[in-house]
Design a protein around this ligand. Structure first.
Ligand SMILES: [Zn+2]
Length: 646
């Protein structure tokens, strides 16, 4: 089965205080809106965060004000027009089930694990966003979810299951977990043991749900929402695909998704990127994004190798919101026009970025590269050979033989950008690592070779460098320490202490042959402070060793560019994206979709015979650049897909 490219995730967390649930539902209204929205897959609800089921159940609690099998009607209506309908089951949050106190997840002191939830609040206290108590997926509650899973598998034509709120990292000290730990020879008083048990039980939960589904519906998909972070890699093998939930307007902006999509591509399983139609976040009735924002988000999903999923929430009366499906329909008609060529395409780049254990470092490095249209992929042991240049960030995740592989990469003459403390882990580069500077901040002066676009004066780094001794290396940037660290006893003015007049005796950037070393954690500092000079500083130094990219285009800080090959490996697809999200009240919005004109584009691949703009199928005239082709793109509005054929 082809993985869906145009999905809707139809939330339906519906209070039992509301009457007449689904009374306006009709097959006609449902299918009419799916067609209006150009939807090819819709996730519908079996069980919601209120703990209510939307089908007649012998195990759980059917919503008391629902008089028919809504789940069955939705699945059958979707199937009648060829739309997939995976089924949603909430796991960790389910209010009805919290009445059973022994099912609740507990902290060491016995208190209940909650999110934004006050257990002592009175009934008339206003309730905050996403406010729930956590259930434990290890004991009897897990058995109850297995029974619900089996009931659904037996009674419905299942395309897939989506389990929500699967917190896969943590500890639980409920009675079941404590006795389980003791039975397994683990010590509940030892936090490492508690974490180990928690992980064992979570893996067991995923495995058992997967086995049940496979028994009844061997071809159905399965996904557990909560494990799509790089650090949770032990869970990634138990899912058929990944749904990368990311609400860019309210959950950390537009730069989280590309880095996660690149990371999850390593598993070669389908990726679906999930956003929302909401202005802010889930559960927002009456909030809408602009058409252009949804189009930009969906085009980005395709550009970074994912299918699309847009979150919506159905009104309790069961009537689909036609305004929502008009907006989604506009974005999805665009997706539909290019999805076949984009499906299963593969990223083409020779710049690798190793993963850091620090998410801010990953996002910051990713931002720097994306903002300069320097496309990259995540490097790991399995794909290292495809790269020409490798960036090893601060706090790299190095397992097994990884250090030796990186050392072999460098020894073979390939290029390496080494950041901060990464060399402490045994990377052979002839640099002696001494340790983190004791200064609270420091300053950097860019030398002549990396001075383009920089100021001549020392620039502030908001955190200090790592101190190294790099004999035989050329210094590309030097450090000035502050007179003293800022304390109540020693301070100067409002903020940071000014720099000393002499240069420190350790470098900020040093360079030799195929290696560049940065003494600062540039990625994380850029993520936190966002100074363009830090970005320029990094890229100017990178350019000392890296110039062999597959394409060149300059779109400014808000532009994105990525090159992929079609699934058959025959054609190159260059995606150019441009939008300027800005903070507007509670959200980051896109309403000003400026057009860019006359953009020079180069593809550094020989033998190209034809260039076509998609979806318009307009052929473009081009020139031979010696190592590829060049042309001028007349206009870029939100997204342009450019196909190159040999
Ligand atoms: Zn527990």
């Amino acid at each position: 089965m082809k993985s869906p490219m145009r999905q809707v995730h139809l939330d339906f967390h519906t209070s039992e205080l509301i009457e007449n649930i689904g009374y306006k539902f009709s097959r006609e209204n449902f299918t009419e809106n799916l067609i209006r929205g150009n939807v090819s897959s819709i996730t519908v609800f079996a069980k919601c965060h209120h703990g209510m089921c939307y089908y007649p159940t012998k195990i759980g609690k059917m919503h008391p004000n629902l008089k028919f099998d809504l789940l069955k009607e939705q699945i059958s209506a979707a199937h009648s027009i060829g739309v997939r309908a995976p089924v949603y089951i909430t796991a960790g949050w389910s209010v009805y089930d919290t009445a059973n106190e022994s099912w609740l997840a507990r902290n060491k002191d016995g208190s209940v694990q909650t999110v934004n939830y006050d257990r002592n609040a009175s009934d008339d206290t206003p309730k905050p966003f996403a406010s729930w108590q956590n259930l434990c997926l290890a004991g009897e509650y897990a058995d109850y979810i297995y029974k619900i899973t089996e009931e659904i598998c037996l009674n419905y034509d299942i395309d897939g299951l989506f389990y929500d709120i699967c917190f896969n990292e943590g500890v639980c000290y409920c009675e079941s977990c404590i006795s389980g730990m003791k039975k397994s020879g683990l010590d509940p008083d030892n936090e490492d043991d508690a974490r180990r048990y928690y992980k064992i039980k979570r893996l067991e939960f995923m495995k058992k749900c997967g086995e049940l589904l496979k028994k009844y519906h061997p071809k159905a998909t399965i996904f557990f929402n909560g494990s799509c972070e790089p650090e949770l890699c032990d869970f990634h093998g138990l899912e058929t695909h990944y749904e990368l939930e990311d609400l860019p307007t309210a959950w950390g902006g537009y730069d989280k998704f590309p880095f996660r999509a690149k990371y999850f591509s390593r598993y070669e399983k389908p990726i679906i990127a999930m956003t929302g139609k909401f202005h802010t976040s889930w559960g927002e009735f009456g909030g809408y994004k602009t058409k252009d924002a949804l189009k930009f988000e969906c085009a980005s999903m395709l550009a970074f190798g994912a299918g699309c999923s847009v979150g919506d929430q159905l009104h309790p009366n069961g009537l689909m919101d036609s305004s929502t499906y008009e907006l989604i329909g506009d974005a999805y008609s665009y997706v539909k026009s290019i999805e076949d060529i984009c499906r299963d395409s593969k990223l083409v780049t020779n710049l690798g970025l190793w993963i850091s254990s620090d998410p801010e470092e990953n996002e910051g490095m990713s931002k720097i590269l994306l903002e300069k249209q320097l496309d990259f992929d995540y490097a790991c042991a399995d794909n290292l050979s495809k790269f020409d240049t490798l960036i090893v960030p601060c706090n790299p995740v190095l397992r097994g033989d990884d250090v030796n592989l990186i050392n072999d990469f460098i020894k073979s003459g390939k290029k390496a950008v080494l950041m901060g403390n990464c060399i402490e882990r045994g990377i052979n580069c002839g640099i002696d690592y001494i340790g983190k500077s004791k200064c609270d901040i420091d300053y950097v002066t860019a030398g002549e070779k990396i001075s383009e676009g920089m100021v001549k004066s020392p620039i502030l780094f908001y955190e200090s460098a790592y101190i190294v001794k790099a004999d035989g290396y050329e210094t590309l940037a030097s450090i000035r320490e502050p007179y003293f660290n800022r304390t109540y006893g020693h301070y100067c003015s409002h903020m940071n202490t000014p720099y000393r007049e002499e240069t420190a005796d350790y470098p900020a950037i040093c360079f030799k042959d195929n290696i560049i070393y940065f003494a600062h954690d540039v990625g994380r500092i850029y993520r936190e402070y966002g100074s363009v000079y830090h970005r320029t500083y990094f890229c100017n130094a990178l350019r000392q060793i890296y110039n062999g990219e597959y394409f060149n285009v300059e779109l400014g800080g808000r532009g994105r560019a990525t090159l992929r090959k079609t699934a058959d490996g025959q054609k190159y697809l260059l995606h150019l994206l441009y939008a300027s999200p800005y903070k507007s009240g509670a959200a980051e919005i896109i309403d000003d979709t400026t057009k860019l004109y006359n953009i020079p584009v180069k593809l550094n691949v020989s033998g190209i015979k034809k260039i076509t703009l998609l979806p318009d199928e307009k052929n473009i005239e081009f020139t031979d650049t010696g190592n590829g082709v060049g042309f001028e793109l007349a206009v870029l509005h939100i997204h342009q897909l450019i196909m190159f054929e040999k």
